[in-house]
Design a protein around this ligand. Structure first.
Ligand code: NZQ
Ligand code: ZN
Length: 387
């Protein structure tokens, strides 16, 4: 087991109508609020009005229109400007992972005099950040319980995972009822994203029985509950369990003491979303089975056997490679069964920029140090197999 130094300082407030505690939470942090949200879903579900009602008496400035795969320009830059102009004391992010990720970059940029890209690109380490409170409305990213945000810069085709311990939300509100309206495609993409977060931690050199069990249960829970959510979007219990499994995804709790895997599928998918603005979870679902096939070897087969037997119930008496291949097929079949388009062409990606994207990933994501190292050629091969 590897050494670790771990803390997640975020307070989780979970359950039906939990946002009634919002005024009390916000009062302790600040009166001048930047309310951030996306393209309008929070208005359709009545959450915007509810927040405004709960925060009557607070001074609220709004930043709306934050897009999926949130953009540095205009959203992060506009948010930083608003914070500085209005001496904002706290950011309240209401929406999915994109709104929250953007809010994290704004929180750091608001306390920095230079170009916020210096922080996102790790040229400069943030010295301070505004506090963030969030109401998460989509089960997927785990941004509500981690210190990362993923920001896209269109003109350079960059999509950077920006992490800093200053960016943990102070409080995250999780009411599963606010996820009832998440459309089927986003529900499925959220499941694929969260499953991949677990797999990125599962497929590594050094793991423990404890972590393996936790992660295998997480994967099974996601698969079962996502199907229930798709069948009945208002199944509170299924939405609730899905939400909590997703929340654990990215803050390291699944893999304390594990060796690092290098998060290869995320490294590759960030290029797909950056170049083509596709839905992150769909990109992951498409490439994951091809990544698995590509790295299957004598060195890696043992992990696939464990995954296949414990997650999919494949017969442990079969030959190791047969189990691994069945497990990879089962992964593909599951994603397909929840309605995810399972080829790059189906999401509008063709051959034309594959080499360019593979080069970008090889240069920027450090996948030559992954558990199963990937060269630029490996990355291009995986993309091509995913077409
Ligand atoms: O913009 P609005 O109108 O709010 O609509 C959103 C958006 O169109 C909609 N939506 C959200 N909640 C809804 C809803 N529609 C109806 N009812 C609701 N309750 O769903 C669409 C997608 O929203 P988005 O926030 O983009 O989805 P998600 O939460 O999956 O976030 C994806 C982003 O998170 C990043 C991804 O790269 C991607 O940019 N990630 C962040 C991570 C992190 N911070 O730790 C880790 C992940 O690996 C991931 O990379
Ligand atoms: Zn992800």
């Amino acid at each position: 087991m590897q050494n670790f130094d771990y803390m997640t300082p975020t307070r989780l407030i979970f359950g039906e109508d939990c946002i009634r505690k919002l005024p009390e939470v916000m009062r302790a942090i600040g009166k001048k609020v930047l309310l951030t949200y996306g393209g309008g879903s929070i208005k359709k579900i009545g959450l915007y009005d509810k927040v405004k009602e709960l925060l009557a008496g607070f001074e609220i400035i709004e930043l709306s229109g934050i897009q999926p795969n949130p953009k540095y320009d205009p959203s992060v830059l506009d948010g930083v400007k608003l914070c500085k102009e209005h001496d904002i004391e706290v950011i309240l992010s209401v929406g999915g992972g994109s709104v929250l990720d953007c809010s994290k970059a704004i929180a750091a940029g608001a306390k920095y005099d230079g170009d916020p890209w210096d922080l996102i690109s790790y040229k400069v380490k943030a010295q301070a950040a505004l506090p963030i409170v969030d109401i998460i409305t989509l089960a997927a990213t785990g941004s509500e319980y981690d210190c990362g945000g993923v920001i896209s810069r269109t003109e350079t085709n960059d999509k950077i995972g920006y992490m800093d311990e200053l960016l943990y939300p102070v409080v995250s509100f999780l009411d599963p009822k606010y996820t009832f309206t998440v459309p089927k495609n986003q529900t499925a993409a959220g499941c694929a994203d969260a499953m991949n977060h677990i797999m990125e931690q599962y497929f590594c050199e050094d793991s423990t029985l404890l972590n393996d069990g936790f992660m295998e249960a997480g994967l099974k829970s996601l698969m079962i509950n996502t199907k229930k959510c798709l069948e009945n979007p208002e199944d509170y219990t299924a939405r609730a369990e899905m939400m909590l499994v997703c929340t654990y995804g990215c803050n390291g709790i699944y893999s304390l003491g594990n060796s690092h895997s290098g998060w290869p599928c995320h490294g590759m998918e960030h290029a797909l979303s950056a170049y083509y603005d596709i839905t992150h979870g769909e990109g992951l679902a498409i490439i994951t089975p091809h990544w698995m096939k590509h790295i299957l070897s004598d060195k890696t087969v043992g992990r696939f056997v464990k995954y296949g037997v414990n997650v999919f119930g494949i017969d442990s008496n079969l030959d190791s490679f047969e189990i691994a291949e069945k497990a990879i097929q089962a992964t593909y079949d599951y994603f397909k069964s929840i309605g995810i388009p399972m080829s790059l062409r189906e999401v509008g990606i063709d051959e034309s920029r594959i080499d360019e994207m593979a080069h970008h990933v090889a240069e920027n994501e450090g996948l030559d140090n992954a558990w199963a190292p990937l060269t630029e050629k490996d990355i291009a091969d995986i993309f091509r197999a995913s077409l």
